[in-house]
Design a protein around this ligand. Structure first.
Ligand code: GLU
Length: 294
C-alpha cells in the first residue's frame, strides 16, 4: 500500500480556542489557549480563535477586545478573520429548525423555578434534571402558547433519540491530542432533555459549538476536563446533524489554592490584573505549569 497517499488524505490538523467574552481571561483560560496553540504547532496544524458570544446580554465588546490583547500579549497568533458566533445566528436557526422539524426537539415553556421545584435528580453539572413536563404537550396547546407569545425553549427528546441512535462513540486522545486515540462511549441520556434553543436566543452553547467546530473544520477539540461530560451531547448532535466528529482531548484544569476551580483567590485574578502587577508572559506560563519559552 502507498503510505504517502494515506498521509496526504488526512485532513490538516485544525485546533481552536473558543472563549466566551463575558469576563476577562484568567489563568485557566491562559493555560487552555497556550496549550492548544502549542499542540497545533506540534501537530503542524492551524490555530483558530472563535468568540463564543451567543449570550448577547453577558457578552461585552470590551471583553472581546481584552481577549485579543491578552492572547497577543501571551505570544499567541491566530488566523483572521476570527469567527464570532453572534454573526452566525442564521446557521444555528437552520440547524435548530431541522431538529425541530424531525420532532427530535420539542418546545418547552417551563420556568426555571418550576424545573428546580419539580426535578428529582441532577445532570452531570449538578443542575436540576428536566422532569419532562412539556414533552407530550398537545399540538393545540403548543399552538396556543406560541401564539400567546409565551417564552419558549426547545429540548432534545432524549429518550427517543437514544433509542433511535443506539450506541454512540467518539475518539479521545490524551493527555495530548497527538496521543493515540481511544474509543469512548457517549452517554447523552444522563443529561436528560438538554436545551438546544434557549429562551430569547435561536441557539444554545451545545448547538453552536458543534455547528462551528464543523464549519471551521476543527479536527481536534481541546477543552478542560470540566467540559468532558458535555461532549456526550455534542457527539449526539453531530450524529443527528450529519456533522464530522473531531478527536477530543480533555486537559487538566488550573485549580485555585484550595484545589477548587478558579474562583476568588489570587490564582483566579485576570491576566490583565496580573500583568498590571508586573507579571510577564513567562510568569503566567510558570504559574500554569508550562515551561518558559526562552
Ligand atoms: N466557550 C466555552 C467556554 O468559554 C468553551 C467552548 C468549548 O471548548 O467547547 O467555556
Amino acid at each position: 500500500m502507498d503510505r504517502s497517499a494515506i498521509v496526504m488524505d488526512m485532513p490538516s490538523p485544525i485546533l481552536r480556542f473558543a472563549p466566551s467574552p463575558n469576563g476577562f481571561l484568567h489563568l485557566g483560560h491562559a493555560y487552555s489557549a497556550l496549550q492548544t496553540f502549542e499542540w497545533s504547532k506540534a501537530l503542524g496544524g492551524r490555530f483558530l480563535l472563535r468568540i463564543e458570544d451567543i449570550d448577547l446580554e453577558r457578552s461585552k465588546p470590551e471583553f472581546t477586545k481584552a481577549i485579543f490583547e491578552d492572547l497577543a500579549w501571551l505570544g499567541l497568533a491566530w488566523e483572521e478573520p476570527v469567527m464570532r458566533q453572534s454573526e452566525r445566528f442564521d446557521a444555528y436557526r437552520a440547524a435548530a429548525e431541522s431538529l425541530i422539524g424531525m420532532r427530535w426537539a420539542y418546545p418547552c415553556f417551563c420556568s426555571r423555578t418550576h424545573i428546580a421545584e419539580s426535578a428529582t435528580s441532577t445532570d452531570p453539572d449538578g443542575a436540576p434534571l428536566y422532569p419532562g413536563t412539556c414533552r407530550n404537550l398537545s399540538q393545540a396547546e403548543i399552538t396556543r402558547r406560541l401564539a400567546a407569545g409565551d417564552p419558549v425553549q426547545y429540548r432534545l427528546d432524549m429518550a427517543r433519540l437514544v433509542e433511535k441512535v443506539g450506541v454512540l462513540t467518539f475518539s479521545q486522545s490524551g493527555p495530548a491530542p497527538m496521543d493515540r486515540p481511544q474509543i469512548r462511549y457517549a452517554d447523552p441520556a444522563r443529561w436528560g432533555d438538554a436545551v438546544i434553543v434557549r429562551k430569547g436566543t435561536p441557539t444554545s452553547y451545545h448547538l453552536s459549538v458543534v455547528i462551528d467546530d464543523a464549519a471551521q473544520g476543527i479536527t481536534h477539540v481541546t477543552r478542560g476536563r470540566d467540559m468532558e461530560a458535555a461532549t456526550d451531547i455534542h457527539v449526539l448532535l453531530q450524529f443527528l446533524l450529519g456533522l464530522p466528529q473531531p478527536i477530543y482531548t480533555f486537559h487538566r484544569l488550573i485549580l485555585d489554592d484550595d484545589g477548587k476551580k478558579l474562583s476568588k483567590s489570587r490564582r483566579s485574578m485576570s491576566i490583565r490584573a496580573l500583568r498590571e502587577q508586573g507579571w510577564t508572559p513567562d510568569d503566567v506560563r510558570g504559574a500554569v505549569g508550562l515551561t518558559s519559552r526562552n
